[in-house]
Design a protein around this ligand. Structure first.
Ligand code: NAD
Length: 294
């Protein structure tokens, strides 16, 4: 199967390499040309434009930052919708606004092209290991056709519903993670100010109902004041802004998401947007005028 892959950043590069390892024929492009030499060495055909990548392919995969980038490549500046084979399927792995996913799918339908939205969770380490979790939206028969392809990059591939359902699920994931991290920071700071060591709080509650993957990953980072990303505040602001836009379209109540988004915006204002999202603790440290310790 011949595949075009556009967007070879932190996530896209290792994902594309896993497709090559699995034997897919790959034609790749990124406007950051620095990455292209490495992809050539890994066995990909490097192209001079996104339009060149789609020649004769069965699928076009994008892994781009946000909705405007995907629209630009598929419908506007590069207009791949008009250049890709009508028999090829568009698979967007970027985390974008589900409303935009549905708009793109509707435009592609005019060209007779099918689409899956297939965002991921797991971050760079799981992209490298090929153990990402894919949340997919699209027609069941299209999903079946490309399930194995996605499976070469992921440990879990779940069809969540029609086009857009993948990105709705991803937004749910991002809300749950953000609110969890904020709750963890709030509780550890409150506990310390009430006179109990954060380390003891973590040790005592991590095995109970409050325990979570977020707690196990982020509590040690908070106690170490280690905010090296991981997943950056600016990317999480992008995702929560997409939650706000998607929720607004259907009048869904999202008071917790709104609050954590405001906290993240304060951190961005303070210059912490490149920190890991565990830096939500810094918001509490600033208000409490003390630092969390072990
Ligand atoms: P990134 O910024 O590292 O990579 C994006 C790539 O797209 C860059 O290499 C950029 O040059 C390229 N690009 C942008 N516009 C382009 C265009 N018009 N034509 C060609 N190339 C273009 O971002 P990333 O961390 O790889 O994230 C990609 C997507 O995956 C985002 O939607 C992000 O939210 C999501 N995601 C990221 C992580 C993570 O931990 N980084 C985890 C899960 C999901």
């Amino acid at each position: 199967m011949k595949v075009a892959f556009i967007g070879l950043g932190i996530m896209g590069k290792p994902m594309a390499k896993n497709l090559l390892k699995a034997g897919y024929e790959l034609q790749v492009y990124d406007r950051n040309t620095a990455v292209l030499e490495e992809m050539k060495a890994a066995g990909a055909k490097v192209c001079n434009s996104s339009v060149e990548t789609v020649e004769g392919v069965d699928a076009v995969i994008t892994m781009l930052p946000n909705s405007p980038h995907v629209k630009s490549v598929m419908l506007e500046d590069d207009k791949l919708a008009a250049h890709m084979p009508k028999t090829a399927t568009f698979i967007d792995c970027s985390s974008i606004n589900p409303v935009a996913s549905r708009e793109i799918a509707a435009e592609l339908e005019k060209y007779g092209i099918d689409m899956l939205d297939a965002p991921v969770s797991g971050g760079e380490p799981k992209a490298i290991d090929g153990t990402l979790s894919f949340m997919v939206g699209g027609k069941p028969e299209v999903f079946e056709k490309f399930k194995d392809l996605l499976g070469t990059m992921g440990a879990s591939v779940v069809l969540c519903g029609d086009v857009g359902a993948g990105n709705v699920t991803k937004l749910c994931n991002q809300t749950i993670v953000a609110v969890n991290i904020a709750a963890l920071a709030e509780a550890l700071m409150m506990g310390q100010m009430c006179g109990v060591e954060p380390e003891k709080i973590f040790e005592a509650i991590k095995g109970g109902l409050a325990g979570s993957t977020v707690m196990n990953a982020k509590a040690p980072m908070m106690m170490d004041q280690n905010f090296k990303p991981g997943f950056r505040i600016d990317l999480h602001i992008k995702d929560l802004t997409n939650v706000v836009d998607a929720a607004k379209a259907v009048d869904a109540p999202i008071p917790l998401t709104q609050s954590v988004l405001e906290m993240m915006k304060v951190l961005k204002h303070d210059g912490d947007e490149k920190c890991d999202h565990s830096a939500l603790l810094k918001y509490y440290q600033k208000l409490a005028n003390e630092v969390l310790h072990h």
